[in-house]
Ligand binder design. Structure first.
Ligand SMILES: C=C(O[C@H]1C=CC=C(C(=O)O)[C@@H]1O)C(=O)O
Length: 387
């Protein structure tokens, strides 16, 4: 489908009030060459049951039972060509001129106080790490589809999306974090944490605080996978932590992959094991989650939940080795899943954008630097709200 037609169809779907998602995946294998959309044919609400369904899922931070799905069988799929422009890639470090300074001062004090409270709780041994977040409302003159086009233009290394559902409203984002991808029985995940601003190079030094913060995430994921009986432990591969760019930011990342045991409930259990990771919640998970819910003072909704393709049909052409069929290509159909953590995202409310941003707190966190980090992270979405 040609680009203009693709975006017109999205606008029409919004006008009708029917659920849809448009997205582009990062990654190799030409995946980022196409932008896809799944358009539900009616306004009905569907929830994920046992994760054997096929479609696109959108799950909140807190209650996995409330994960919505746009099922493949009641939707139409369309796609258009890759849409990324090199000159838009470098996000300006200066934020666009919003919101008003007074509001920001108050938000800063509140955020720094909460970070300090978290540091104090860590120092007395209540938990080791917690992710503290906030939301911020900003003006935008752009229509939703124009914002999505900006996201497509700027962020080629992220999973980028525009989601609409009458139950959730409109969400957009450009996330650097994979929750899990599964193809046949092979799964991949990552431990992503630690942040610094990108200044034209990925050859950077990391401080002790960031190294520890990311190590906690990696150890947690690897430890839980090994204990879960869901995977073949001897096949688990864990990379060294390396620097990965996400727009105007850099993070530390460990890649983890392995083989998933067979069984209909394996994917559901794997997701339950991984979500929410200490990259968005904390450690130990339950105590950190309680601290977040009690203290953050707002509802995260779908921020730091997860989203993506669930059990979508994939056709791969292979050459048969059988003697009398030599070189004859045959297609095999498999199912693949690509789920991402919903970070660097926003919700459109009354024509304004509500941005969601957070950061990992450990015993060494400095409240004022943590505030600055959320401001830097907010630029990922602010940069697409202006022409
Ligand atoms: C929680 C967020 O980022 C996570 C992912 C990467 C780095 C993070 C950090 O350095 O704190 C966070 O754990 C967010 O962007 O809102």
């Amino acid at each position: 489908m040609i680009k203009d037609e693709f975006f017109t169809v999205l606008e029409q779907q919004l006008d009708k009030g029917f659920p849809f998602v448009a997205y582009r995946k990062p990654g190799e294998n030409g995946e980022k060459e196409r932008t896809w959309a799944l358009l539900q044919r009616e306004a009905k609400t569907y929830y994920v049951g046992d994760f054997t369904e096929s479609g696109f899922v959108f799950a909140p931070f807190e209650d996995q039972e409330k994960a919505l799905i746009i099922p493949a069988e009641v939707s139409d799929e369309i796609s258009t060509e890759y849409f990324f422009e090199e000159e838009h890639k470098n996000v300006k470090m200066e934020a666009p001129p919003f919101p008003p300074n007074q509001l920001r001062k108050l938000a800063r004090v509140e955020h720094e106080n909460l970070v300090q409270k978290a540091v104090d709780a860590i120092k007395v041994g209540e938990f080791r790490k917690v992710v503290i977040s906030r939301s911020e409302k900003v003006e935008t003159q752009l229509k939703v589809v124009e914002i999505f086009k900006n996201i497509l233009k700027k962020y080629d290394a992220a999973f980028v999306y525009l989601w609409f559902h009458p139950e959730t409203g409109i969400w957009l984002g450009a996330t650097p974090e994979t929750l899990v991808s599964v193809e046949r029985n092979r799964f991949k995940t990552m431990a992503l944490a630690g942040t610094q601003a990108f200044h034209n190079t990925v050859e950077v030094q990391w401080g002790e605080k960031e190294i520890e913060e990311q190590q906690i995430v990696a150890d947690y994921i690897v430890g839980n996978l090994k204990n879960s009986e869901l995977i073949a432990t001897e096949k688990l591969q864990v990379s060294q932590a390396h620097t990965a760019r996400a727009g105007n930011l850099l993070h530390l990342r460990t890649d983890i992959e392995g083989n998933l045991q067979a069984g209909a409930s394996a994917l559901k259990q794997l997701i339950g094991t991984l979500h929410p990771t200490p990259a968005v919640c904390g450690l130990p998970k339950d105590v950190a989650r309680d601290f977040i819910i009690k203290n953050e003072g707002y509802n995260r909704e779908f921020y730091s939940g997860f989203l993506g393709e669930l059990n979508v049909k994939k056709e791969t052409k292979r050459n048969s080795n059988r003697r009398n069929q030599e070189n004859q290509a045959y297609a095999s159909i498999s199912r693949s899943t690509s789920l991402f953590v919903n970070l660097r995202c926003m919700k459109i409310e009354d024509g304004k954008a509500r941005l969601f941003i957070g950061g990992g707190i450990t015993k060494d966190s400095n409240p004022s630097l943590e505030w600055e980090e959320t401001v830097n992270k907010s630029h990922t979405m602010k940069a697409v709200l202006v022409k």
